[in-house]
Design a protein around this ligand. Structure first.
Ligand SMILES: Nc1ncnc2c1ncn2[C@@H]1O[C@H](COP(=O)(O)OP(=O)(O)O)[C@@H](O)[C@H]1O
Ligand SMILES: [Mg+2]
Length: 342
């Protein structure tokens, strides 16, 4: 099957950070995006940082260790085979041990230190340290090379929710308190330079509901402003859209005529014509439902307009009523590709 896929909106981007209000589908969309990116034929790393093991559940594999594991293969297209999707669950403690080993060859010491609760201590006196370790791991994977070639075509991070994202990514000023100088500072600055580069974008997952839309708009504004340096906002993924709401569908399915009395009257006539009698109560109830639907459709159109006005590419993903399994993820990945998200 030859599917038409547009060029990606994110050429040159190596690190895709996915945020959104909790429950909007961050983990699902991050996974679908990883599959979509892997369809370009290169391996992709999907990372989670909140210790929830959401990725393992989604791909139906055992809990992920602190180790990159292959969890899926992107579907092949006519041109090339699909790339592998690797997954990794990062926690600050393992990232600290790895960091100590990389920089000081202190793996054993690192183990002992974490047993002694030194990580807790370190993050208490250097708040933001654990964020640096987590984002640092993503930055490292995004830049990792082997034999002169990038190991991953892209890295996708299932990130903390919108309310915490700009602070989470604003690593270098967060550690500035204690670690003003020295290797942690240097590390934070390196991580910061990757996060603030055009190679990193932050995508927002939203629903057509008041709160997620507001959080998305606030989140985008905050990113522009992070430490006045700015982090590049990515796309807005409008998730769980019903068929009738998706762009490209004709007018809302059942528009109200605008006034309840008129709707009720028309419905009474219709019921009569259909041989269902002229039950006034039924016609009035139906008219109420029509009015409700029209109200929802109006408010969704307004929310959609607000998202469009944010000036970022918007992608739409359908509500998959059968639930999310691997086949559903492939479907969502395909939809993202067709719309230019990968
Ligand atoms: N497009 C979709 N269609 C149907 N269900 C979805 C869709 N996206 C997410 N879900 C479901 O919504 C719930 C929340 O999704 P999840 O990705 O875990 O959100 P988050 O990571 O933001 O908390 C899960 O049960 C998931 O299967
Ligand atoms: Mg999640």
């Amino acid at each position: 099957m030859l599917v038409s896929v547009r060029d990606t909106d994110w050429d040159g981007v190596r690190l895709h950070v996915v945020t959104g209000k909790g429950g909007t589908g961050k983990t699902t969309v991050a996974a679908a995006l990883a599959l979509a990116l892997a369809s370009n034929g290169r391996p992709v790393l999907l990372m989670e940082v909140e210790g929830r093991q959401g990725i393992a559940q989604l791909f139906d594999v055992p809990p992920l260790p602190y180790e990159e594991r292959r969890v899926a293969v992107a579907p092949a297209d006519d041109v090339r085979p699909g790339g592998d999707v690797y997954a990794l669950a990062v926690d600050p403690q393992s990232a600290l041990i790895e960091y100590l080993q990389m920089f000081y060859n202190l793996r054993q010491a690192g183990r002992a230190l974490t047993r002694l609760g030194v990580l807790d201590f370190a993050t208490t006196i250097a708040p933001g340290l654990s964020d640096v370790l987590l984002t640092g791991k993503a930055a490292e994977a995004a830049r990792r090379k082997s034999g002169g070639k990038q190991v991953y075509g892209a890295v996708v991070m299932d990130a903390p929710p919108t309310g915490r994202i700009s602070r989470f990514l604003n690593v270098s000023s967060e550690v500035s308190g204690l670690a003003r100088v020295g290797p942690i500072r240097g590390h934070a600055d390196t991580v910061r330079s990757v996060i603030a580069s055009p190679q990193t974008v932050v995508h927002f997952v939203s629903l057509l509901e008041e709160m997620p839309v507001q959080e998305t708009l606030d989140g985008i504004a905050e990113l522009h402003d992070v430490a006045h340096g700015g982090i590049r906002p990515g796309g807005i993924v409008v998730n769980m859209m019903r068929e009738a709401e998706m762009a490209g569908t004709k007018a809302p399915a059942r528009p109200s005529l605008g006034s309840k009395t008129r709707d009720t009257h028309v419905l009474e006539m219709a019921l009569k014509a259909a041989g269902l009698g002229d039950d006034q109560g039924l016609a009035a109830d139906l008219a109420d439902e029509l009015a409700d639907e029209a109200r929802t459709a109006r408010s969704q159109r307004a929310l959609r307009r607000q998202l469009n006005e944010a000036g970022q590419p918007c992608y739409e993903l359908p509500l998959i009523t059968e639930g999310i399994d691997l086949a559903a993820l492939y479907r969502l990945a395909q939809a993202l590709r067709e719309q230019g998200a990968a």
